[in-house]
Design a protein around this ligand. Structure first.
Ligand SMILES: [Zn+2]
Length: 213
């Protein structure tokens, strides 16, 4: 468990980026009578830019991060005397399997890309007779754009945990054409067929996509 106090925005955001399965308790430091709020690490309300002149961890807000839900709930109980309120946006106490993936607001383009990547992956997972070789170039061509034009969209999807990219943007700011694009289990779980499937089982299926080089 990590407690982020004054002036630790960068460390806090870095923790969120590296612990997508984690949870965060957001609490006003001074006694306000407000109960701490519990979020998933992926919740938009604790990731998005705060209002002007405010910061994530400065001011009166304190953020406590952990991979385990139980220890955070216990911390909130100990510190505030009450169990934290679950955030309505990310519904952190909902069962993993039934939790909506859609709390990481996809743009129209993002949705289109995720659907395309997932479709390509499912065709491969069903058939096993063709190599999965979806690249940045394929997606750009599908959208009638250049690799450079789809780079920011793809990078954002990767940051949000929907896809994995095998390369980094080049000096001109675009991803290489032959950079491979793989869906994550969260991407597959946008399909009803995978929503109820346990994450490890989906991960195991996805292994088959990345093994083939
Ligand atoms: Zn939330």
């Amino acid at each position: 468990m990590i407690i982020f106090l004054l002036g630790e925005d960068r460390a806090y955001l870095s923790w969120l980026a590296h612990h997508r399965n984690g949870f965060v308790v957001d609490w006003l430091r001074k006694p306000t009578g407000k109960r701490p709020m519990l979020h998933r690490a992926t919740c938009a309300t604790i990731r998005s830019s705060p209002a002007k002149n405010t910061h994530w961890t400065t001011g009166r807000h304190v953020k406590v991060c952990a991979l385990g839900l139980d220890e955070l709930v216990q911390w909130a109980r100990d510190e505030s005397g009450a169990a934290p309120d679950p955030c309505e946006v990310c519904q952190p106490t909902d069962d993993e399997a039934s939790a909506p993936v859609g709390d990481r607001h996809l743009t129209k383009l993002g949705k289109e890309i995720v659907e395309y990547v997932v479709e390509a992956a499912v065709i491969h997972l069903d058939g096993h007779d063709q190599d999965y070789r979806l690249t940045v170039g394929d997606i750009a061509r599908y959208l009638d754009k250049t690799a450079k034009q789809v780079t920011s969209g793809l990078t954002r999807l990767a940051d949000d945990g929907y896809i994995r990219l095998s390369g980094k943007p080049e000096r001109d700011g675009g991803l290489p054409d032959d950079c491979r694009v793989l869906p994550t289990s969260d991407a597959l779980r946008t399909l009803p067929a995978f929503t109820a499937m346990p994450r490890p089982a989906i991960e195991a299926e996805l292994e088959g996509l990345s093994d083939e080089e």
